[in-house]
Design a protein around this ligand. Sequence first.
Ligand code: DQA
Length: 147
Amino acid sequence: PYLIVVHGPNLNRLGVRKPDTYGRRTLPDVIAMVQTVADAYGLDVRDVQSNHEGALIDFLQQHGPEAVGILINPGAFGHYSYALRDCLEDIDRPTVEVHISNVHKRESFRHQLVLSDVVLGQVVGLGTDGYRYAAEALCQRWQQQRS
Ligand code: DQA
């Protein structure tokens, strides 16, 4: 059994890009954090980062249907990608959306989150620690549904 971690555009630059906003942890650091949580539940992690919308959708269509849960930071796609939204709706797996920064305190174009109605919940503005909380939530949900 495995969790999926999906990262959208520019998140390959984590740790380097705007560290005051997005923190100093790199993408491999974040994936390792999620893996540590997943390990405690006996879950594997499969991850993808792409700057291309279609590549994320291809990955989700391939790996999503069998996943225990999906953790997604869609980056800016979260503000306007109806294609990603429709893909998550279609796959219909428990999904937690993470935004490192509090998008609601930033530019108005970041206030709209188009995945909102197809995700279980969102962790917004808690820095990269948010991934740990999101992973815990998905793992606990999976464990409870098994027992
Ligand atoms: C982000 C917020 C988005 O608005 C932005 O485009 C990102 C990162 C976040 O994690 O805070 O790339 O998703």
